[in-house]
Design a binder for this molecule. Structure first.
Ligand SMILES: [Zn+2]
Length: 295
């Protein structure tokens, strides 16, 4: 927190930081590309050639915020510095926010920013499997179960163990649903190992090399052990930090937060995570949903 206070003593320093991250080469008019401009208050840039005015927060998740940017920065700082993340109640207390709803909505906006638009897909050797999340009864494969969500897990297998991961909520374990999710998560040409579930067989028609391995024949009895490690880590995190109290409607955002944290688990520098999250927050469009629009 002392680092934070030193770096961001006021609104101006926060706006400066946003400008630096958003326009590392300096501001160029969003309409005519001219670099001649006047800087005005509240991060506003005015073009000297065409007169167009743009704010550094327009078109980002900070657009339309009624709260100081510095409070946002504090929230982001807090989120990246908590190893296991933070619940809305935890954030509300840490920042002294009057409203639980604000804390909740901010965390959702930040989770949206944890997925880099157009991010890279996984490559190389990939293990893949589905898992059920939530609900009390156990689910039946391919059909789903009441109160449960189905999540597809993809994990890169590297010499040290697990490389990067991707998690996606899917409607069912049909060939169509698995293929659509795989195309989002894994680069064609990659080798995908799964168990013997038949719906994975159509992956080969989309340019993947598929190595089905039936449970019976796998020497360890487990065709995709890395995905099962991820599944149990995710469930522990989800129950621990968020008490598992997540509706299916919002599950994907939690999957994204877990992925963001997991894929950067070895990063030593929290400052770098802070920079990365701010950078991504600037490239994510403002959220249109009614329940998120007024905070
Ligand atoms: Zn201009």
């Amino acid at each position: 927190m002392i680092d934070f206070m030193d770096m961001f003593p006021n609104e101006e320093t926060c706006l400066e930081y946003l400008s630096m991250v958003r326009w590392p080469e300096g501001y160029a008019c969003l309409r005519c590309s001219s670099t001649r401009h006047w800087k005005k208050a509240r991060g506003l840039y005015s073009c000297q050639d065409c007169g167009y005015e743009a704010s550094v927060i327009v078109g980002t998740i900070f657009q339309d915020t009624h709260k100081p940017l510095r409070l946002w920065f504090q929230a982001i700082w807090y989120v990246v510095n908590q190893k296991n993340g933070v619940s809305a109640l935890g954030l509300q207390k840490a920042l002294g926010l009057g409203s639980y709803h604000t804390a909740w909505a901010w965390l959702h906006k930040l989770r949206r920013a944890m997925v880099r638009p157009g991010r890279d897909r996984l490559t190389g050797l990939i293990q893949m499997d589905e898992t059920f999340v939530g609900g009390k009864r156990s689910g039946k494969r391919g059909r789903g179960a009441e109160g449960k969500a189905l999540v597809l897990i993809a994990a890169e297998e590297v010499p040290e163990g697990i490389g990067r991961i991707r998690l996606a909520q899917i409607s069912d374990a049909s060939s169509d649903a698995l293929t659509q999710a795989t195309l989002q998560m894994v680069e064609p040409g990659s080798v995908i190992c799964t168990d013997g579930w038949e719906s994975y067989n159509s992956l080969v028609t989309h340019g993947y090399i598929h190595r089905p391995c039936s449970h019976k024949n796998a020497s360890s009895g487990d065709a995709t052990p890395l995905t099962h490690q991820i599944a149990s880590l995710f469930k522990r995190w989800w129950l621990g930090t968020h008490q598992g109290a997540v509706s299916q409607e919002h599950l994907q955002y939690y999957l994204d937060e877990f992925t963001f944290r997991f894929n950067r688990r070895t990063s030593k520098s929290r400052g770098k995570l802070f920079y990365r999250l701010i950078e991504q927050a600037l490239s994510v469009n403002p959220i249109q949903s009614k329940f998120l629009s007024t905070t």
